[in-house]
Design a protein around this ligand. Structure first.
Ligand code: 2RA
Length: 415
């Protein structure tokens, strides 16, 4: 009997010890972020720090967008517990040094690894996204896809955080819009809310970076060749881009618009929940390296005043009004490069549509803007304790206005 009591007592003691140890381990894990948060001067920072840090994978990590996502995550102090970088077999094994996340090793994509992460950012082509996006989200991973694979699917939210971040709440697969769409909508959404846009005619001036690092490289190589008396050769673009412009981005559709042009139409209608808005786009590639520009003509249902629009846009998150033409101040790609905010200017009433018409010109660093969007979605969608804090009245994300100005300017053309 004494022996049985002795064994039972030992067992109870051991169990108690295990419980106390487990409690300590848990306390230690929890206290780390809370301790750091306690030293933060900023309540927002404290909330972020106290939220569970998440594990993040970037697929396409050596591409222009993948690299920039990593840069923006660091710039915005994204609290990742782990960052895994997936690239081609050829790049696997290479070390990427980062200031915030230490030395990261590029690895070939593996479903097993990717599906063990909290979030996977797909910065690759649509075919890859179609093959893996839903499988990853079905495995419980939050997938943010940068390709056009899922953008128009009814069950997949297409998100510009300043407009419809709430659509992403609770979803495991979220699409990031075409950069040309996102840049235009940063300016058009506030105008649409106040004046109700009926028609939009958009002409784009798109930088080589829209075609990724290879596009930028082809432009720079072509410039060098021409300076050295050689012809510029092209393989990324339909024609040589230096000293030229090309009214052809992506493939032509049956209606003779290009797919890039139709993407802006389709995506804008979906994001602004305005299926009947008339939108006509002409997309043109120009020989700038980075930052897209767009000339936009609107017809609205309500009478528009250019001065009111200027004030409205000044108060809008993610937008810098640069509109002092007499002092030569207007949006230009060279100034928009490296910024998260888009620039809007040349705001004027339009002669064709009279009191209901408006013209404006926007510029945005589409690589930065797109990566900002991805990172904002990341912040807003996956940190449950943060989401209420980040979403201000009207469903806007206060985080965007807080962080939108880039503090870094990425080295142009690096891949
Ligand atoms: C381009 N907007 O500029 C496209 C890239 N998504 O080619």
């Amino acid at each position: 009997m004494a022996r049985i009591v002795f064994v039972a007592a030992i067992t109870v003691l051991l169990l108690l010890q295990c419980y106390v140890m487990a409690f300590h381990v848990r306390l230690h894990k929890l206290s780390k972020p809370l301790h750091r948060a306690a030293h933060s001067h900023n309540r927002r920072e404290a909330v972020l720090m106290a939220s569970r840090a998440v594990s993040v994978g970037i697929v396409g990590a050596t591409g222009a967008v993948g690299e920039e996502i990593l840069a923006v995550m660091q710039d915005r102090n994204f609290p990742a517990s782990t960052v895994r970088l997936f690239a081609s077999e050829k790049s696997a094994g290479r070390i990427v040094s980062t200031a915030k996340y230490g030395e990261l090793t590029l690895e070939a994509f593996s479903f097993e690894v990717a599906s063990s992460l909290d979030v996977v950012l797909l910065a690759v082509g649509g075919d890859f996204s179609l093959e893996w996006g839903e499988r990853l989200s079905a495995a419980g991973v939050l997938v943010i896809d940068n390709s056009s694979a899922f953008r128009m699917r009814d069950d997949v939210p297409l998100v510009v955080p300043e407009i419809n971040i709430l659509a992403a709440k609770g979803k495991k697969l979220v699409a990031n819009p075409n950069c040309t769409t996102a840049i235009a909508l940063m300016a058009l959404w506030p105008i649409h809310q106040k004046y109700k846009i009926k028609k939009a005619i958009i002409s784009t001036y798109q930088a080589a970076s829209g075609a990724g690092a290879p596009g930028m490289q082809e432009l720079m190589d072509g410039m060098t060749s021409i300076v050295n008396g050689q012809p510029a050769v092209n393989s990324v673009f339909a024609h040589p881009l230096p000293y030229n412009l090309i009214p052809h981005i992506d493939v032509f559709q049956q209606n003779m618009y290009t797919k890039e042009e139709m993407k802006v139409t389709w995506e804008s209608r979906k994001i602004m929940s305005s299926p009947d808005m008339k939108i006509s786009v002409t997309a043109v590639r120009i020989p700038t390296l980075r930052a897209h520009s767009e000339a936009i003509t609107l017809e609205c249902e309500e009478k528009v005043s250019a001065q009111d629009v200027r004030e409205l846009l000044r108060l809008s998150p993610g937008v810098d009004v640069v509109d002092d033409p007499l002092n030569k101040k207007y949006p230009m790609p060279i100034n928009a490069t490296g910024k998260y905010n888009i620039e809007v200017g040349r705001i004027r009433e339009n002669d064709v549509f009279g009191e209901y018409g408006l013209d404006l010109f926007v510029c945005g660093d589409q690589v930065n803007n797109c990566c900002h969007t991805v990172c904002t979605m990341l912040l807003c969608s996956i940190l449950p304790r943060t989401i209420t804090y980040l979403l201000a009245a009207e469903g806007r994300c206060t985080e965007c206005s807080h962080h939108r100005r880039a503090t870094h300017v990425k080295k142009v053309g690096s891949s």
